[in-house]
Design a protein around this ligand. Structure first.
Ligand SMILES: NC(=O)c1ccc[n+]([C@@H]2O[C@H](COP(=O)([O-])OP(=O)(O)OC[C@H]3O[C@@H](n4cnc5c(N)ncnc54)[C@H](OP(=O)(O)O)[C@@H]3O)[C@@H](O)[C@H]2O)c1
Length: 234
């Protein structure tokens, strides 16, 4: 697909993987809107990248509705939804889980992605075209100690990706699930500040490069799932 002139939403595009992807999409000529919960952070990132920025919390149904109606008012169409907004919290062994943490993580990583996917699908089915990119994780593939909340949320997202592929291929809609391993971003820092790059660990660039290549593939084909590892992160 040619990216020039395509309308894209990147949820959680104010830092990390989403921000780099938004920059690359804009560099290809796409019309990009990024979102995030922190208005100042979204505004700053949008200005820096030369894209649209909207404060929008994907875990809030009213924010999701507002986001999609704004996009339709501004552009009259949508070509790409990137469900990137996500975080981890409540790392604990079974027996010590905090269910408020579990609800919070699921509200963004699972229900938020599903709500955005649902709004995008309504548009894509009418258009008979569109792309959804779900940012999973290697935690979508394998559980680990203290990972109950985050890993299960990313397993759920992977399940949604597979169901949406089955639902939407007949409408010419591509759904791609991306599993990055560790990337040096603000993920897990707890303060929203990105970690410095480390020579042998993945950067947001490796993830965005891969997604751009997948989107650029001719629409007759798509890569349903991809996992990205650092070569030697130890
Ligand atoms: N970094 C890694 O090692 C890694 C590995 C595999 C997968 N991932 C996944 O990659 C995605 C991006 O994470 P990242 O590493 O780039 O972390 P990041 O730098 O912390 O970026 C997360 C982005 O999501 C936004 N966000 C969080 N909750 C949101 C919500 N409810 N509504 C809207 N925006 C929200 C954040 O902004 P606000 O806080 O202002 O809302 C921020 O823009 C996540 O889904 C994460 O699970 C990360």
């Amino acid at each position: 697909m040619e990216l020039k002139g395509k309308v894209a939403i990147v949820t959680g595009g104010s830092s990390g993987i989403g921000k780099e992807l938004a920059a690359q999409l804009a560099g290809e000529g796409a019309l990009v809107t990024i979102t995030g919960r922190n208005e100042e952070k979204v505004k700053q990132a949008a200005e820096q990248l030369g894209v649209n920025g909207l404060r929008s919390d994907v875990s809030k149904p009213e924010d999701v509705q507002q986001l999609f109606s704004t996009i339709l008012e501004q552009h009259g169409k949508l070509d790409i939804l990137v469900n990137n907004a996500g975080f981890g919290a409540g790392w604990a062994e079974l027996g010590e889980l905090n269910f408020d943490d579990m609800v919070n993580v699921y509200q963004t990583n699972v229900f938020g992605a599903a709500m955005a996917g649902q709004e995008a699908a309504k548009i894509f089915k009418q258009q008979r075209s569109g792309n959804i990119v779900n940012i999973g994780s290697t935690a979508s593939l394998k559980g680990y100690a203290k990972g109950s909340i985050y890993a299960s949320s990313k397993f759920a997202l992977r399940g949604l990706s597979q169901c949406w592929q089955a639902d939407l291929r007949p409408y010419n809609v591509r759904v791609m699930h991306i599993n990055p391993s560790e990337v040096t971003t603000a993920f897990g820092t707890g303060n929203g500040v990105s970690r410095p790059e480390v020579e042998n660990k993945l950067r947001p660039k490796e993830i965005a490069d891969q997604i751009i290549a997948q989107l650029k593939m001719d629409d007759r084909g798509f890569v349903p799932e991809v996992t990205i590892w650092a070569t030697n992160p130890w």
